[in-house]
Design a binder for this molecule. Structure first.
Ligand SMILES: Nc1ncnc2c1ncn2[C@@H]1O[C@H](COP(=O)(O)OP(=O)(O)OP(=O)(O)O)[C@@H](O)[C@H]1O
Ligand SMILES: [Mg+2]
Length: 253
């Protein structure tokens, strides 16, 4: 079976600064794959490379067996057109630290927007699905609320429902709970746990080590643009082998 995500020697620089220095990893279908590491280690940059929000400078990135952002011909890479990149991105849901909901739209309108605008789904069908998705994230009673009327945790759950509305085969989460008040973190993690149990493939950048340990199937520790250590989350978090991992975990655990 194809890996859902496969990174081979992925390099990324911003000007002269190399931020990813050769990332190799594989995410299996249905796997919850956690990425932890200090600020500035390149976690968000790597996630953004997976859906080609950032272009990589060297290496290869595949999603579900398909090269991301490029076509390979002979030994050369040709950049895909914007339209082709957009088509690839449609299969990948992304949830950010900041929820980025449309403020002038209700919850249900936020969730319907992409299926109607991008996929050309009928409004009636998109609305029915949006209501079902909001129900699934525990917000059946908030479908007609505007983002400003929702708590951070509720907004983030709308953002997850919105990503799911495109029926992605892969979900990327970039610190989805780190902007939330502590008492709201649990409700978002619960939704993510449900998604995992349903078999969604998820790559999760997180500082929630409890979530990583309980829900994660794999974990990598990144530092300074490289994967320092990887394995079963229980092993890596419980018995880190590298000094850098130990030192990081001693600060966050
Ligand atoms: N668009 C950009 N232009 C220039 N430098 C950037 C850009 N985006 C990120 N960087 C730099 O790349 C490095 C990695 O950033 P990145 O956001 O990937 O780190 P991170 O591991 O996600 O950190 P955090 O835990 O703080 O979110 C940082 O030094 C950052 O300043
Ligand atoms: Mg980040």
């Amino acid at each position: 079976m194809n890996a859902m995500v496969k990174a081979e020697a992925v390099h990324k620089s911003f000007g002269p600064v190399e931020v990813l220095k050769g990332i190799d990893l594989e995410v299996a279908p249905r796997e919850v794959f956690c990425i932890v590491g200090p600020s500035g280690s390149g976690k968000s940059t790597f996630l953004r490379c997976i859906n080609h929000l950032e272009k990589i400078n060297a290496g290869r990135l595949y999603v579900d067996g398909t090269l991301v952002g490029y076509r390979e011909h002979g030994n050369k890479l040709y950049e895909l057109r914007d339209r082709e990149v957009a088509a690839q991105r449609r299969d990948i849901g992304m949830v950010f630290q900041r929820f980025n909901l449309f403020p002038h739209m209700t919850a249900v309108e936020n969730v319907m927007e992409a299926p109607v605008q991008v996929k050309g789904e009928s409004k009636a069908k998109a609305q029915e699905r949006a209501r079902a998705l909001l129900d699934r994230v525990g917000l059946a009673d908030k479908t007609d609320s505007y983002p400003a009327q929702l708590s951070g945790g509720q907004q983030q759950r709308v953002a997850i429902a919105r990503a799911l509305a495109m029926e992605p085969k892969l979900m990327l989460f970039d610190e989805p709970t780190s902007a939330l008040d502590p008492e709201l973190v649990g409700e978002v993690l619960d939704v993510m746990r449900d998604l995992a149990e349903d078999g969604m493939t998820m790559v999760v950048v997180t500082h929630e080590m409890g979530f990583a340990r309980e829900v994660g199937d794999s974990l990598v520790f990144m530092d300074d643009g490289v994967v320092v250590e990887s394995g079963n989350p229980r092993d890596v978090l419980g018995d880190p082998q590298h000094e850098r991992t130990k030192s990081f975990l001693s600060k966050v655990l």
